[in-house]
Design a protein around this ligand. Sequence first.
Ligand SMILES: *Cc1c(COP(=O)(O)O)cnc(C)c1O
Length: 407
Amino acid sequence: MTASAQTASAQTDFAHTKQLFHLPEGVIYLDGNSLGPLPLAAPIKMQTTMRDEWGEMLITGWNKAGWMAQPTRVGDRIARLIGAEDGHVVIGDTLSIKVYQALASALELNPDRKVILSDSGNFPTDLYMAEGLIKSLGQGHELRIVAPEEVEDAITEEVAVTLITEVDYRTGRLHDMKALTEKAHAVGALTIWDLAHSAGALPVDLAGVNADFAVGCTYKYLNGGPGAPAFIYVAPRHADKVEPALSGWLGHDAPFEFERSYRPGPGIERMRVGTPPVLALSALESALDIWDMTTMQAIREKSQALTALFIEEVETRCPMLTLASPRDAAKRGSQVSFRFPDGYAAMQALIARGVIGDFRAPDIMRFGFTPLYIDEGDVTRAAAILEEVMTTRAWDAPEYKARSRVT
Ligand SMILES: *Cc1c(COP(=O)(O)O)cnc(C)c1O
């Protein structure tokens, strides 16, 4: 550990940051990797935005309250967390849309190649969006999917762009962003990094690894709230070259000239599409205030300690569960997954006892660890409750086996 990481850790008061969230009584929340909890300041900030800005300013809020600049202003705050250059991240739309945009732009920058490379651990929407884009382009592109451990060798001179999620959503397995980006560039391919389970989970150094594009969401580790908008990063060297596939009016160089033809705006502005979600961005801004109190180095250090403790506790208490995440802390993100054939029912029984994780088909029980509001006491209590569920087979009851729409 470097001296600066030690200082950062000493400077982050995690007992204080925990006080800044609404955590329901009797709940240990290990699902902040799917939906972060409510920052206590968010409803107050949203009320101000609604009453004093929307209510009082009406349409003049676009100028007076700075709503129009919000997507890049908030983008800069996220840039700090993912090692991006200032002015090269913008917020808006959903992550699925941002994947589509990044992919369309990357293919256009590498027109002589037809292969999009991804891996079988990727989240389905990324792959669905790639297939949809291939169909609309109708230029004979191919989506090539290999096993996660085969990605490096599969980056060949045929590949136009890699579409890789850094942290596997099921197992937490971490790809080597630096090595894969170097390999891609060595053979003339571009890279899109999906940071859905990285932003707010571990340090990311987009500028340092020379990434081309990155996308991610803000409702997971960043705590922006359900449906909070996504972000996109375009490297400075590409930002004025990409031709947006989703050429919406707010990505236009002069939206209020209402010109007949589309002209892309400067740099990252062109990745905007339509009207920004001002209320959602307001909640996200109050979540980001908490991120200003820490550094990603401090988060990583604490997160590795929490995940290691959980693995140790669960392996001691629950021999029937099989670790699905990498044992080496350097090779996993901020989550721990265990396999169990009746994982869905076991997770439901656990949730009924106040420990909230989630289930990912076919057999993964997933637990997210988020230093801003989870501490060692939560980890050992959660492991003890899990032990009770597993050793008594409390999960083996009909009420835990009926699947809900969201798992
Ligand atoms: C969570 C997640 C998504 C979700 O996409 P939305 O459009 O925000 O619903 C996409 N990709 C990955 C890798 C994810 O983990």
